[in-house]
Design a binder for this molecule. Sequence first.
Ligand code: NAD
Ligand code: TYD
Length: 391
Amino acid sequence: MGNIWIRCIECAEMRRIEKDRNAVRRKRQKRSVQRKRHGFTACHFVWKKEFIVRIIVTGGAGFIGSNFIFYMLDRYPKDRIICLDKLTYAGNLSTLDAVMNRPNFRFVKADICDREAVYQLFEEEHPDIVVNFAAESHVDRSIEDPGIFLQTNVIGTSVLMDASRNYGVARYHQVSTDEVYGDLPLDRPDLFFTEETPIHTSSPYSSSKASADLLALSYYRTYGLPVTISRCSNNYGPYHFPEKLIPLMIANALNDRPLPVYGEGLNVRDWLYVTDHCRAIDLIIRRGRAGEVYNVGGHNEMRNIDIVKIICRELGKPESLITYVADRKGHDMRYAIDPTKIHEELGWLPETRFEDGIKKTIRWYLDNRKWWEDIISGEYQNYYEKMYGNR
Ligand code: NAD
Ligand code: TYD
């Protein structure tokens, strides 16, 4: 018994299995017969049929991480998912209610900076893949207090990668953001972020994410850790914490409260429905090339003010609720992703049009009032007062 590595003959990905050598040999022979019989060589198909993949998902009690867990359990019902989350203000255990009792799901409350806890989890679970969503994720909070952003987003990432290196994983995936590229001018609609665009950050948040990306690439180069990085544009969808633009505006509009638009509301974001992001990450961890960065975005640029007006219209609320407030410090003007690489290499394209996605999202907030009302009735009130009270 022990760790044995097998390599996919098609894409050269490595995978560790714990089997005796004869069993591995027998499996290889069986696979080769299967390939001949079916006339294909794709390892992914064979793996899916024969192995249970064990995935540690950090930050899975947050917005995108929870959507990713739902997506993966639905798509690969035999795989084992282990969610590691510190349950900060942004993590919500009730979000995971629907999967908590599944035998192939485990939740572990821990901090990604806690080396002992992280190593112990790797020791227990022997993950094949690690997907790191855990982060402090709100730009406004990073402007108020950058320290925790450096701790979680940089140090936490390094702890996860050390564990991945020590215990051996087939893939470590770092969930990053388009914000590492800084911003684009409003008067140059011909410009987009490609994977070659230089890192040029604006906020403590984006700087911490960029630092983590650089560290991840250095672990690939120096230690050969099979790292991939995705840099996605702004997501929206269910379970989005109501400090971010879209859920904040929905919650405020539903409560007939002012809708605080920063500056003149002309800043542009490239919005992507969260499930499209989850599908992109799934493709990258299975078929993306180690050491590579993949931009993810759906060519759906919109001005903040237009988003807020759509929300008013969909909810039948008056635009007079819109209140222009002091701008964010260092506010990025425009984000716009060029997703050519992930499209050409992995065949990814967004599937949800914004018109449909925003309706689905608003419907979700209407149907799940308790989820967000519980949030905004708690500690969030102090946050809101601090951020918007005298703005
Ligand atoms: P979120 O704030 O909703 O969730 C973050 C989760 O991480 C929470 O469950 C929180 O409890 C957990 N967490 C925070 N610190 C932790 C720690 N030290 N140890 C363990 N868990 C910890 O964030 P999100 O919007 O879901 O973003 C997830 C990831 O995707 C982040 O890395 C973010 O940078 C990236 N991203 C987000 C967007 C977006 O539009 N939201 C776009 C691109 C990339
Ligand atoms: P946000 O959801 O915080 O995402 P990010 O800053 O990571 O892009 O903000 C999206 C845009 O909406 C950004 O330009 C800031 C703006 N915004 C407001 O105008 N009002 C608000 O209350 C919030 C939270 C954001």
